[in-house]
Design a protein around this ligand. Structure first.
Ligand code: AKG
Ligand code: MN
Length: 414
């Protein structure tokens, strides 16, 4: 069989050196068993051998005119790209591949179609779990391998991946090891963000939702300074009472489970969850903190909402600060003083019974004297809450510095 010199496989960009097989030697694989039908689309799975090693060749040969060929081709290529990019002992290895846009390889010359794709994988046997007769120790080993694979996928170099179609047919037994071969239902969920681990770690992509955390101690708030602020809060702050300390839930008024007050530029108020909280005029103590945060963050703020949690019973429900009163896209700077508390971010797509996706929540323990920057678009995608932690005994005060629009100027006094 003469090789057609005009075939794409003779061009330099088609030489995939790190693989054992490419377009120029794939036809040296001796086919032992042709398998798979030639329908409107076909994914042939042939078994072959090369230098005594058994291999599997998957070929997709889209047939012009067949309706779903693009979809099949996409899935096939996705499987190849995923297998090419990922590397874990429980993933079946790619040994090579070839894309062709003309016919002409030995064994395939009967093809009249254009655009064949062939991929060579290491050989594995079909998995029939019951027939394996595994001991408990072997089962545990396989379970540990799979757990390690899931963990690898969660922190994969391609971001956080989840397989949405796990079934036994997608696994093969390769030399006594269970390996996943079908990766075309692998999808990218949010890359894992960590506020506490360095995002330069290879398993952590920089968080696309721009949740960033700066410790005030790093920007020169010493513990003594934070202690002093906490004492001054007790001396200088007053909290709202009466109707301003209530919230309407399903048509019924309840006391908010903490104390609250707002300070800000003249005339500003903040409308959220059925309440309008008017700003009291700035006092020098709060102005000083605001100016220091502006200096450090290079952002201006004209309003601060202060929440006081007497102990771990006090809390704040899940919400995202996305009200119309806030200047769109402006960051919210959240200063915490006193009792460290968990602050939990939950992605909008993963809330409720009918969640679209499963995305792990992110919990950050906000420390005494820390400044958490909620940058745009954090509050577009993520809800946050301060859940109850009943064993915690001490007071926590949180100040969220915000920028209000002129809309938030209302003719109400406090
Ligand atoms: O106390 C906290 O850290 C939560 C504050 C908050 O989310 C808010 O004031 O909107
Ligand atoms: Mn909030």
């Amino acid at each position: 069989m003469l090789k057609n010199q005009s075939n794409s496989y003779d061009r330099p960009w088609n030489i995939n050196k790190r693989y054992r097989f490419n377009c120029s030697n794939m036809n040296e694989i001796q086919i032992l068993k042709y398998n798979g039908g030639e329908g409107g689309w076909s994914k042939n799975v042939d078994i072959g051998t090369f230098e005594g090693q058994k291999v599997v060749i998957q070929r997709l040969r889209p047939k012009p005119g067949s309706g779903d060929q693009d979809f099949r081709l996409n899935m096939f290529l996705k499987n190849l790209l995923m297998s090419d990019q990922l590397d874990h002992p429980s993933l079946v290895k790619v040994l090579g591949y070839c894309f062709r846009h003309t016919k002409g390889e030995a064994g395939y010359e009967q093809s009249s179609y254009f655009g064949d794709v062939s991929v060579v994988y290491e050989y594995g046997m079909g998995l029939t779990l019951n027939a394996l007769n595994l001991t408990i120790a072997e089962r545990l080993n396989h379970a540990a391998d799979l757990a390690s694979l899931l963990s690898y996928l969660h922190y994969s170099p391609l971001g956080s991946l989840a397989d949405f179609d796990i079934k036994p047919e997608h696994f093969k037994m390769v030399n006594g090891k269970i390996k996943l071969i079908d990766l075309d239902h692998m999808n990218n969920v949010e890359p894992t963000c960590s506020l506490t681990l360095s995002t330069s770690h290879k398993n952590f992509k920089p968080c696309p939702f721009n949740i960033s955390c700066q410790e005030l101690t790093e920007i020169e708030m010493r513990k003594e300074e934070a202690d002093e602020l906490l004492i001054k809060c007790a001396e200088l702050l007053e909290y709202n009472t009466g109707q301003l300390a209530k919230v309407k839930v399903f048509g019924k008024w309840h006391d908010i489970p903490r104390k609250q007050v707002a300070y800000g530029d003249a005339g500003l108020s903040y409308k959220f969850s059925s309440t309008i909280v008017p700003a009291r005029p700035w006092i020098p103590f709060l102005k000083e903190i605001r100016d220091k945060i502006s200096e450090v963050t290079k952002h201006e703020f004209n309003f601060v909402l202060i929440n006081r949690y007497k102990d771990g019973h006090d809390h704040m429900g899940e919400h995202r600060d996305d009200e119309e009163d806030l200047v769109p896209g402006h960051p919210i700077a959240s200063l915490s003083l006193g009792q460290p508390r968990d602050f939990v971010f939950r992605h909008a797509d993963s809330r409720g019974k009918h969640a679209k996706r499963k995305i792990d929540s992110i919990s950050v323990e906000l420390q005494h004297g820390s400044l958490l920057m909620m940058n745009n678009p954090t509050n577009k995608f993520w809800y946050h809450s301060l859940p109850q932690r009943k064993r915690l005994m001490n007071v926590r005060i949180n100040m969220t510095f915000r920028k209000m629009t002129q809309l938030a100027k209302r003719d109400i006094s406090c």
